[in-house]
Design a protein around this ligand. Structure first.
Ligand code: A2P
Length: 337
């Protein structure tokens, strides 16, 4: 196995998951940019060197996980594929390509065909949204989703997480926070997602969520209205979601029951103690947390929910390793060769 972007926030999480989940590998090759050559990462008790990436990096690799950004994916995915590897790619480079499956194993594994070797992992916010909405499809056709997000620093990578920590220290010590990775101070602040705005007035993140949710849910015409906001949370994204059906909305009890039965979802919905999904409950966890379940009193066809999920886990590395595990379980990848 090769991990490209091994020194990054998602790459490191992937290394941890390979260990935790005892994924069957014989050799792990850790790859990053020239900047990281000479660093090591601990894996199963050994210090593994981080190598700079070259054509030969993918020789003999059966499965490659990429999380080094779109440019690196576009450069190296064709090389790895040509050398016979399965590629699981956490960047946006190939997600919307027709014929390339965009899978969340719990939701749409049936879209995978025998010949597929390239598996993009969806945008982290889109994955969390789809995980929370998919179990509701049995209550009738979805008409429209209205989504507001509260996105953590982890979505912008390891340097952004360090920037939030550093700025938080600055605030506590009465110093002015200095922004380098994000365009504005993130500690003690929040701002519209730091991606360019397109011709329709949506930022790139909002547009990804709209397009990718439609693809994964196989609903090309689904109406989605999305606002993405960056908040001073270290890891785990949150989403407020209003789900409108074509017909009458299900009861709160039916929605709860659907979530209790849904794989990868944990219900956190305790009205008495006002305890609902929070980033601190979701961070480091595999399950996507769902709660605040209520009928929308302004619309008999709609329910509202609140969702939190670890952006580095289900939003990225966990979804990636679950794809790898399915490939192994289906004997599509010889193990330990
Ligand atoms: P490096 O640490 O050497 O810069 P994050 O998303 O947390 O910012 O991490 C990005 C990851 O992608 C890092 O491991 C980074 O390595 C790696 N990376 C960035 N650009 C390249 C590149 N051109 N080739 C290989 N790895 C890259």
């Amino acid at each position: 196995m090769a991990i490209l972007g091994a020194t990054g926030a998602v790459g490191r999480e992937f290394v941890r998951l390979v260990h935790e989940r005892n994924f069957p590998i014989s050799v792990l090759r850790l790859l990053a940019s020239d900047r990281s050559a000479g660093k090591t990462i601990t894996f199963r008790g050994s210090e593994i060197p981080v190598l700079s990436t070259a054509e030969s990096s993918f020789d003999g690799v059966q499965i490659a996980f990429f999380s080094a950004g779109s440019q690196a994916s576009k450069r190296w995915a064709p090389v790895a594929l040509q050398k016979g590897a399965f590629v699981i790619d956490n960047s946006s480079a190939f997600r919307m390509e027709p014929g390339v499956p965009l899978v969340i194993p719990e939701v749409n594994w049936h879209q995978v065909r025998d010949e597929d070797r390239l598996f993009p992992v969806g945008n982290c916010t889109a994955i969390l949204l789809v995980m929370a909405v998919a179990p509701l499809r049995k209550f009738g056709k979805l008409r429209r989703l209205v989504v507001s997000t509260y996105q953590s620093a982890s979505g912008a990578g390891a340097r952004a997480m360090r920037e939030l920590e550093e700025q938080t220290r600055s605030l506590a010590e009465g110093r002015t926070p200095v922004a380098e990775v994000f365009p504005y101070p993130i500690a003690g602040n929040l701002f519209s997602h730091n991606t360019p705005i397109n011709e329709y007035g949506y930022n790139e993140e909002e547009w990804k969520v709209i397009q990718e949710a439609r693809k994964t849910l196989e609903m090309p015409d689904l109406a989605l209205e999305v606002t993405c906001v960056r908040v001073p949370v270290l890891r785990a994204h949150s989403l407020s979601v209003n789900v409108e059906f074509e017909g009458p909305a299900p009861s709160e009890a039916a929605v709860r029951e659907a979530y209790e039965a849904a794989p990868g979802i944990a219900l956190v919905d305790d009205r008495e103690s006002n305890r609902f999904p929070m980033p601190m409950l979701a961070a480091g966890k595999d399950d996507v947390l769902v709660g605040r379940i209520r009928r929308d009193y302004t619309n008999p066809n709609a329910v509202s929910i609140f969702v939190c999920g670890d952006q580095l886990r289900k939003g990225a590395a966990l979804n990636g390793i679950q794809i790898a595990e399915r490939l192994v379980a289906e004997s599509r990848m010889p193990v330990g060769a």
